[in-house]
Design a protein around this ligand. Structure first.
Ligand SMILES: N[C@@H](CCC(=O)N[C@@H](CS)C(=O)NCC(=O)O)C(=O)O
Length: 296
């Protein structure tokens, strides 16, 4: 999926050329309301891709941000594709429930994320997703975003845990799947020639370590497969942040790395299928703003 972006973009990120200077304008934004809140009749609301109702707003980036800061509505910077970092947060939002936030799409295909406007006003690192919190501060790094959203949700079920022990357990597994599987899988892709095209002049890559990263990820998945014996989800009998992080990464990365979904890892394969058919995974294929993604 990302590979498709690369070929058209090579010239924008050639060494020494600096960043693409894309402007974020006419971003598509949609306000998501907690499922239990019924939108007022005649307000133009319509069902979103996952049955969530939202109001589609067309606006420019700058004024919208000011307005959002004033009315303290969280703003989620989504992408135009369910990428390995975007998909887990989208899934988390759907699975968590009880959240009210606006969404704007940052086009990876158009390199909006590397544009000066996005880097200066949202994320200097030029990465998505990001979340502007209720205090106007931008949060990046997907686990931090999910943790924040979990605390901000009103109603629904916590996906981090309800007691100190439960939270510690979920965080332990989340860190394990991130370090042992998700990051090596992403590093594996970043060692491919597609990634080289996409990131030329933008990220330091290590194609010579590609095999090593795959071995690390395989080892992590093998271990988890053994540990998942007789468990429905990674932390027990409920889908939690660790499941969402891992599934979002594995599902999106398996589009380019078929080796990730190895049917010989039977427990992991059964878990993956359980996750795949869940409502939140299906809903997360489409951006929260309701735009059609290439995979949807
Ligand atoms: N460390 C960040 C990683 C975010 C990230 O790498 N996002 C990717 C999309 S999956 C991105 O923005 N790639 C576009 C680019 O680097 O140009 C996190 O955990 O949220």
């Amino acid at each position: 999926m990302q590979a498709r972006h690369c070929r058209t973009r090579r010239t924008c990120v050639a060494p020494g050329q600096g960043f693409h200077d894309g402007k974020i304008s006419h971003a598509r934004t949609r306000r998501l309301l907690p499922r239990k809140i019924k939108p007022p009749a005649g307000s133009g609301n319509h069902p979103g891709p996952s049955g969530i109702r939202g109001r589609l707003l067309i606006c420019t980036y700058g004024p919208r941000n000011q307005q959002l800061t004033q009315d303290k509505t969280m703003l989620f910077y989504d992408a135009d594709n369910p990428t390995p970092n975007v998909m887990p947060v989208r899934m988390f939002i759907h699975e968590r429930d009880g959240l009210a936030l606006d969404t704007t799409i940052i086009s990876l295909a158009e390199l909006e994320n590397r544009g000066r406007n996005y880097r200066e006003t949202v994320n200097r690192r030029g990465e998505v997703p990001a979340l502007r919190g209720q205090d106007g501060q931008v949060i990046t790094e997907i686990i931090a975003i999910c943790e924040y959203l979990d605390e901000k949700a009103t109603g629904g079920r916590s996906l981090i845990g309800d007691t100190p022990e439960h939270r510690a357990h979920v965080r332990m597994w989340t860190r394990r799947v991130d370090l042992e599987i998700a990051q090596p899988v992403v590093a594996w892709w970043r060692g491919s020639s597609d990634a080289e095209d996409f990131y030329m002049g933008y990220r330091t890559l290590a194609p010579e370590a590609q095999r090593f990263h795959r071995l690390l990820a395989e080892q992590g998945m093998n271990m988890l497969d053994e540990e998942m014996e007789a468990r429905h989800y990674i932390c027990g009998d409920k889908m939690m942040l660790a499941d969402i992080l891992l599934f979002g990464t594995m599902f999106t990365m398996s589009m380019t790395g078929a080796w990730i979904n190895n049917p010989n890892r039977k427990n992991l394969a059964a878990w993956s299928e359980r996750m795949r058919v869940s409502g939140s995974a299906r809903a997360a294929l489409t951006s929260l703003a309701g735009a059609k993604d290439s995979l949807a």
